[in-house]
Design a protein around this ligand. Structure first.
Ligand code: FEO
Length: 161
């Protein structure tokens, strides 16, 4: 890869994806401890997905002869409040990731790196899905309100992922 700036930015994104994985793992463990097994399952799948996102970026750098430089990952929180609060945080986090992907895409265009641009198109689409599923779960939980039966129904549905 010619652009060192882009290599650095992709390495930063690898760190961000691994942090996302770490965050969802912490959320999964929290839900497990709160007896929301379905939410825990959904978040664990999300943890795996984020790990695969990081791997995709690593593969792109490797295939193009650039160096993957792993960075420090911050520890996430251990408690995340109510299911509504937790999924509001998931949505906010995905919106943040989307803004990062868009900035990365703009940088690839600026650096005229067409291969990176095409690779990033997958992520642009993926973020639409990521935000949509988080928004849908949050909306369902808000509808459920204080109805414990409804919350456990949603918990069960997410357990089927
Ligand atoms: Fe890798 Fe959820 O964005």
């Amino acid at each position: 890869m010619k652009s060192e700036k882009l290599v650095q930015a992709i390495n930063d994104q690898i760190q961000a994806e691994l942090y996302s994985a770490y965050l969802y793992l912490a959320m999964s463990l929290y839900c497990e401890s709160e007896n929301y097994k379905g939410f825990a399952h959904w978040l664990k799948k999300q943890y795996e997905e984020e790990t695969s996102h990081a791997m995709k970026f690593m593969a792109h750098l490797s295939e193009r002869g650039a160096t993957v430089a792993l960075q420090k990952i911050e520890a996430p929180a251990a408690k995340f409040g109510t299911p509504v609060e937790l999924f509001a945080e998931v949505l906010k986090h995905e919106q943040y990731v989307t803004s990062r992907i868009h900035a990365l895409y703009a940088l690839a265009q600026q650096e005229k790196d067409y291969a990176a641009e095409i690779m990033l198109q997958w992520f642009v689409k993926e973020q639409v899905e990521e935000e949509a599923s988080a928004a849908e779960i949050l909306a369902m939980l808000k509808m459920a309100g204080d109805n414990k039966g409804a919350i456990f129904f949603i918990n069960g549905e997410l357990g089927k992922r």
